[in-house]
Design a binder for this molecule. Structure first.
Ligand SMILES: Nc1ncnc2c1ncn2[C@@H]1O[C@H](COP(=O)(O)OP(=O)(O)OP(=O)(O)O)[C@@H](O)[C@H]1O
Ligand SMILES: [Mg+2]
Length: 267
C-alpha cells in the first residue's frame, strides 16, 4: 500500500483521462445569517475502472461530496466534469437524464418500490433509463438477478425478502442501464456481516468486470475492496492510499495496513 497526501490535481482540461472530476468543489449551507461550510475546495479525479472509496468521520462531508459529484446536489463553488464535459451547471432535465443514463446509485436502504417484485423493480429502472427494447431489458434483468444470486426471489415483493436480498436487488437496479459510474453511500451500513460480505463480493465482481465504483463507507472491511481510498476531514481531502487490486486472500493484511493509515489520518 502506498499513501500520499492528495497532490494538487492538474486543471481538468489538462487531464481529460479522468472519468469524473471535481475542481475546487465547495458546498455551503446557509441558515439565516450563519453559513455552514461542508466542502472546502475539493479537487478529486475518479478514474475509469477504479474502485474508489471515500472515508472520514461522521459529518466530514462524504455524502455531500458524493451527491455533488453525482448530480444529486449542486456545489456552491467549483465545477464537476464527467467524461470531460462540465455537468454541475446542467438544467434540471439534462441533469436528471445524466443521472438516469450514466449513473447508478445504491444507498444504505434499498429503497425498492414496495408493491413491485424484485424483478419488476429492476426492469422498471431499465425501461425508464435506457431506451431499450422491453424484452431485452427483461432478459438482462433476469440475468442480473441471477448474477446477484437472488433469482429465487425474483417474483417476491421487497417485504418478502431479507435485507441482504433487497440490497442485492438494489444493486441490480443500479447497474441495469450500464452506468459509467456506480455510486454507493454506505451500501452495507444496514446489513449484518454475512449479507454485507455478499454485497461487497458483488461490488468487487462488478468492478472486476470493468464497472467504475465510487463508495462511501465507515467500514474498513468494506473499504479494502477499493484500489484507492481517499480520506476526507472537515470538507477537505487529506490523503489517499493506493491498495492495488483487491484479492480475497489479502483482505486481512489490507485491513491492517488501511487501519494503520486511517489512524495516522486521525480517524
Ligand atoms: N441539507 C443540509 N442542510 C444543512 N446542513 C447539512 C445538510 N446536509 C448536510 N449538512 C451538514 O453537512 C455536514 C456534512 O454532512 P454529510 O452528510 O456530508 O456528512 P458525512 O460525512 O456523510 O457523515 P456520515 O458519516 O454521518 O454520513 C454535516 O455537518 C451536516 O450536518
Ligand atoms: Mg453520509
Amino acid at each position: 500500500m502506498t499513501t500520499t497526501p492528495v497532490p494538487p490535481q492538474v486543471p481538468s482540461h489538462e487531464n481529460p483521462a479522468a472519468l469524473l472530476q471535481g475542481r475546487a468543489l465547495g458546498k455551503q449551507y446557509h441558515r439565516g445569517e450563519s453559513a455552514n461550510t461542508v466542502l472546502r475546495g475539493v479537487d478529486i479525479d475518479i478514474h475509469a475502472g477504479d474502485f474508489t472509496v471515500i472515508m472520514g468521520a461522521s459529518g466530514a462531508g462524504k455524502s455531500t461530496l458524493l451527491y455533488v459529484l453525482s448530480g444529486m446536489d449542486r456545489p456552491t463553488g467549483g465545477e464537476v466534469r464527467y467524461r470531460g464535459a462540465r455537468v454541475d451547471d446542467l438544467g434540471e432535465r439534462a441533469m436528471a437524464r445524466l443521472r438516469a443514463e450514466e449513473f447508478g446509485f445504491v444507498f444504505q436502504q434499498p429503497n425498492l418500490v414496495g408493491n413491485l417484485t424484485l424483478l419488476e423493480n429492476v426492469t422498471l429502472a431499465g425501461y425508464v433509463g435506457g431506451g431499450r427494447d422491453a424484452g431485452v431489458v427483461r432478459q438482462e434483468s433476469e440475468r442480473l438477478l441471477d448474477r446477484m444470486h437472488i433469482a429465487h426471489a425474483a417474483h417476491r415483493l421487497p417485504s418478502q425478502v431479507s435485507g441482504g436480498e433487497a440490497q442485492r436487488a438494489a444493486i441490480a437496479r443500479a447497474v441495469i442501464n450500464h452506468p459509467g459510474i456506480l455510486f454507493a453511500d454506505e451500501p452495507t451500513g444496514a446489513l449484518n456481516r454475512r449479507n454485507s460480505d455478499d454485497v461487497l463480493d458483488l461490488l468487487s465482481e462488478l468492478n472486476q468486470g470493468g464497472q467504475s465504483v465510487l463508495m462511501v463507507t465507515h467500514d474498513v472491511r468494506a473499504a479494502v475492496r477499493a484500489n484507492r481510498v481517499l480520506y476526507l476531514r472537515d470538507g477537505e481531502l487529506l490523503g489517499e492510499a493506493l491498495l492495488g487490486t483487491y484479492r480475497p486472500d489479502e483482505s486481512k493484511g489490507r485491513e491492517t495496513s488501511l487501519a494503520a493509515w486511517l489512524a495516522e489520518m486521525g480517524w
